[in-house]
Design a protein around this ligand. Structure first.
Ligand SMILES: Nc1ncnc2c1ncn2[C@@H]1O[C@H](COP(=O)(O)OP(=O)(O)O)[C@@H](O)[C@H]1O
Ligand SMILES: O=P(O)(O)OC[C@H]1O[C@](O)(COP(=O)(O)O)[C@@H](O)[C@@H]1O
Ligand SMILES: [Mg+2]
Length: 367
């Protein structure tokens, strides 16, 4: 049976922002308008859907945003309709506001929503699909931890920032004969540390998937020193942990479905190296610099392909699907399958093998 012709589509960006979101919004909106659809930009992710915050998008709104960072729609990693925190008598109570989300969807006369986000956004999209909402997903996250796509947009831009930072740290590390530790993002996945470390020539890369031995790190930096290489660069993922330790948290935000805020491992690793090797050590936390600014050309292209394919799926009535990169092709997968598995670094990944082959230490002798 041919699918009902859609006339009006909503678009939102959920979760942590990243470079390329605006390129996707443009990639969806331009062809949608050309096909006679109207487009409603929902503000601040699912928060806007629940609270009724939106604006019409016209050609002028998406003109000139291909290369701009952030999202013109705003984003939020708190507004989960199914897990909405509300303060009652000074205490946080979790309530379900999904019916209000459905009500706004109907009140706005939407035939579909394009939801751009990561695992959290896709979880919510799946739940809303089950309630009858037509959703098409677009995978974003600097972390690259969605298994259903070979790459998420935003990752390449984050890796570019890490590589540039490592280049800069190299020159000062070399001048002062220091160990430089850099903490990068990625949550429970080590992709940013692995790919950024590879691109920036790190000597040690520490990732959550490969718990490390302290001794292996000390040996590596001391050995380099003995060989006359009087500086070392250690690239550590925020979720990395030692074999005898746990991930280090900098805080908790109970308003979020995953309340854990990672951070602090860089400082800790630097302190331990300094205490146990006697080498002068400094640390840098790259933080949100990895998520800000203009997308790389690679991410602009991927985002544009994702956006244009997503609106095509919606026009064809292919709901409950997420666009995905498979090899060089943009395909689609079911959102329910996309949230089934997190993509983590495996010890056998070519990036790990290549890093090992050029002498990178992962803080373990077990590899
Ligand atoms: N496993 C989950 N199931 C349902 N909702 C989630 C889950 N993880 C996160 N969320 C919610 O999804 C939204 C976005 O999640 P977040 O992880 O910040 O961004 P992303 O969409 O990039 O993964 C937040 O409102 C968060 O509370
Ligand atoms: O900006 P916040 O709320 O501190 O979140 C930081 C987290 O968001 C990220 O930058 C990106 O995660 P998402 O893409 O899943 O939102 C993680 O690498 C990091 O742990
Ligand atoms: Mg997430």
């Amino acid at each position: 049976m041919p699918s009902k012709k859609i006339k009006r589509v909503g678009i939102l960006t959920g979760g942590g922002d990243c470079p390329g979101l605006n390129a996707v919004i443009r990639g969806v909106t331009k062809p949608a308008l050309d096909n006679g659809l109207t487009v409603l930009g929902i503000l601040d992710g699912f928060e806007g859907l629940v609270e009724g915050k939106a604006m019409e998008l016209y050609n002028k709104d998406v003109s000139g945003i291909l290369a701009t960072g952030g999202t013109i729609l705003g984003s939020s990693n708190k507004g989960d309709p199914f897990h909405w925190p509300e303060e009652v008598d000074g205490k946080i109570k979790i309530i379900n506001r999904s019916k209000e989300a459905m009500r706004n969807y109907d009140a706005w006369n939407l035939d579909a929503i394009i939801a751009i986000g990561g695992d959290g956004t896709m979880h919510i999209s799946h739940q809303l699909s089950q309630m009858g909402m037509n959703v098409v997903g677009v995978p974003k996250t600097i972390d690259n931890d969605l298994d259903a796509t070979d790459l998420t947009f935003g990752h390449d831009s984050a890796v570019y920032v890490v590589a540039e930072a490592l280049d800069r740290l190299h020159t000062t590390a070399s001048s002062h004969h220091r160990v430089m530790v850099i903490e990068v993002m990625g949550r429970y996945a080590g992709w940013i540390a692995l790919n950024g470390g590879l691109a920036g020539g790190a000597d040690v890369i520490l990732i959550p998937e490969i718990p490390f031995d302290w001794e292996a790190i000390y040996d590596k930096v001391l050995m380099r020193n003995m060989m006359g290489k009087r500086f070392s660069i250690v690239c550590v993922a925020e979720g990395a942990k030692s074999k005898d330790g746990t991930m280090i948290m900098k805080g908790k935000d109970i308003k979020r479905t995953d309340p854990i805020q990672l951070g602090g491992i860089g400082e800790y690793v630097a302190k331990k190296i300094s205490e146990n090797t006697g080498l002068e050590t400094r640390y840098t936390v790259l933080g949100h610099l990895q998520r800000g600014g203009s997308p790389t050309p690679f991410d602009r292209i991927l985002s544009t392909k994702f956006g244009t394919q997503a609106i095509q799926l919606a026009i064809k009535g292919q709901f409950g699907k997420m666009v995905a990169l498979k090899g060089n092709e943009i395909k689609s997968v079911r959102i329910v399958d996309a949230i089934a598995k997190q993509k983590l670094v495996k010890k056998t990944d070519q990036g790990v093998l290549a890093a090992k082959a050029v002498g990178v230490c992962f803080g373990t002798k077990d590899l």
